[in-house]
Ligand binder design. Structure first.
Ligand SMILES: NC(=O)C1=CN([C@@H]2O[C@H](COP(=O)(O)OP(=O)(O)OC[C@H]3O[C@@H](n4cnc5c(N)ncnc54)[C@H](OP(=O)(O)O)[C@@H]3O)[C@@H](O)[C@H]2O)C=CC1
Ligand SMILES: Nc1nc(=O)c2c([nH]1)NC[C@@H]1CN(c3ccc(C(=O)N[C@@H](CCC(=O)O)C(=O)O)cc3)C=[N+]21
Length: 290
């Protein structure tokens, strides 16, 4: 069996080029460039890299971007003031607050404060509810990127058994909702599941979003399954820092019909979907201004 390696980097480049074309088309009609604001609290180096990537990709797509940095020890009030200012700004169409926040800050309160129409992460309870009822326009970027890759790989997903390992609000739960809407049969496995591995082995589509480096090996995978590895874990190997997923790629790849690599899989698609969501938010803003 030859395994298809799903090239998330190339798909992301294509998607960003498409978004860029639409941004330029709108500019010719006099629609202002979509604006993305990224808020980063603290100095976490990994977060800083993602934020830099997001800003670079926004520029590639012809969007404006602004970065707001706050110190790790900032107050809840000062962070809320930043979000409120961004909510008011007409040139900002998308707001992303990089998570996780330092422990002393309330993520829930910050997410609720972001205007739902600018919530390009799709984390506001209003957008979560719209997703759950099949009415969403702003869908969480990571699950959206995974769905796009699955549809390109498989086509119609109807009737496929999808097992999602992980039930976080940012990946596992919205992934389950999206795949349910795509007519998959869904099972969600988490840390309290009994024999999650045996359940995973029944999957036609296996999505790993666990945050445990290389947890999923070949004993979790039915031969011929399509495997999506959401995990991004920095580990030390032979004295060097390296990124690995939640899937043991070398062990799983020979059995999978198709698999996403790390890096170069879900990560770049997440950022491309963020650009797509920012465009969608800007289009809505220009329609409601008319
Ligand atoms: N590529 C991208 O763009 C993104 C990548 N990520 C990466 O994806 C991974 C998951 O992120 P996120 O969802 O935020 O992580 P969380 O830590 O929020 O959630 C992890 C989930 O995995 C479950 N879990 C933990 N250990 C096991 C286990 N041994 N067996 C079964 N389930 C387990 C937890 O269960 P319980 O709920 O019971 O605790 C939890 O539901 C991370 O590696 C993260 O870095 C995240 C976001 C975007
Ligand atoms: N509000 C919020 N929204 C998020 O979407 C969000 C977040 N907070 N916090 C952190 C996680 C993580 N995340 C990644 C995005 C892109 C890559 C990415 O581009 N990865 C590249 C390589 C990156 C590298 O080399 O370090 C790849 O996998 O090929 C990774 C991880 C978004 N997240």
């Amino acid at each position: 069996m030859t395994t298809h390696i799903i090239d998330g980097k190339r798909l992301a480049d294509d998607l960003i080029a498409e978004v860029g074309n639409e941004v330029r088309r709108l500019a010719e009609l006099g629609v202002p460039a979509p604006g993305l604001a990224v808020v980063l609290v603290g100095e976490d180096p990994a977060s800083a890299i993602y934020v830099r990537n997001k800003i670079k990709r926004a520029q590639e797509a012809g969007m404006t971007s602004i970065e707001k940095r706050l110190p790790a020890d900032c107050t809840q009030d000062s962070l809320e003031a930043v979000v409120e200012e961004l909510n008011q700004r007409a040139d900002v169409h998308g707001i992303l607050v990089q998570l996780p926040l330092p422990k002393h800050l309330s993520e829930e309160r910050i997410i609720r404060l972001i205007a739902p129409s600018k919530d390009v992460d799709g984390f506001h309870p209003e957008n979560v509810g719209l997703l759950a009822t099949g009415q969403a326009t702003l869908i969480p970027c990571t699950p959206l990127g995974c769905l796009e890759m699955l549809q390109r790989e498989i086509g119609d997903l109807s009737g496929k058994h999808a097992v999602i390992v992980g039930r976080s609000n940012i990946v596992g739960k919205p992934m389950a909702n999206l795949l349910l809407q795509a007519n998959c049969t869904i099972t969600v496995v988490h840390s309290r599941s009994v024999n999650g591995k045996a359940i995973a082995r029944q999957a036609d589509i296996l999505v790993a979003a666990v945050g445990v480096p290389e947890l999923v090996d070949e004993t979790w995978v039915k031969p011929g399954a399509v495997v999506i590895d959401v995990g991004i874990n920095a580990i030390e190997k032979a004295g060097k820092r390296r990124l690995v997923g939640d899937v043991n790629y070398a062990k799983v790849a020979p059995y999978a019909k198709a698999i996403t690599p790390v890096p170069g899989g879900v990560g770049p698609m997440t950022i491309a979907c963020l650009m797509k969501n920012t465009l969608v938010a800007a289009q809505h803003a220009s329609q409601s201004a008319r």
